[in-house]
Design a protein around this ligand. Sequence first.
Ligand code: PCA
Length: 213
Amino acid sequence: MKVLVTGFTPFGVEAINPSFEAVQALSDKIAQANIITLEIPTVFHESIEILDKAIEINKPDIVICVGQAGGRFDITVERVAINIDDARIEDNKGNQPIDEPIFSDGQPAYFANVPIKSMVEKIRESGIPASVSNSAGTFVCNHIMYGLMYLIDKKYSKVRGTFIHVPFIPQQVVDKYNAPSMELSMISKALGLAIEAAIGNRGDIKAALGSIC
Ligand code: PCA
């Protein structure tokens, strides 16, 4: 079993991206699966092309893409990706698509095909805050998750995957008022647990982890 785990390059005003920092800190083996890590540029489309090549070369069974969600306090496992780019800021190559579909021949949305609730519960059991998220936004993170699920739909039907958003780490919030953060080691541990749950479960649990608004 092989799991490809990606993180993003820093973007916006940030000098680091906790997603790739945490991905890099994962062990090489989790629950007997080989872990392959990859840094992806925070750039529309180029990110999907790089992911596509990495899937083609590495032939993973599971792909988990990870990104920073500054302002969220917990680890959020994404349920769905939507076919829209709507960028509030430029990506790392100056692109700022507004209300553009990601793929004209793609579905309006794709759902994660790993057991997201089992993953959230496994993280919570270890005392780390986590929840299911029903929106990955409309920037490059939603874009890469949509790209991943589109590629699974069109080319890699045996692959399973989703996207996980992680909070800022403490060094990013020393000058930000009221911004939540989580220690890098905790984020990395949570990612490892999420991967373990994805490896060990095909069907999901029926748990009341939905959101009210
Ligand atoms: N977070 C951004 C893109 C890259 C990242 O780490 C997002 O949530 O869209």
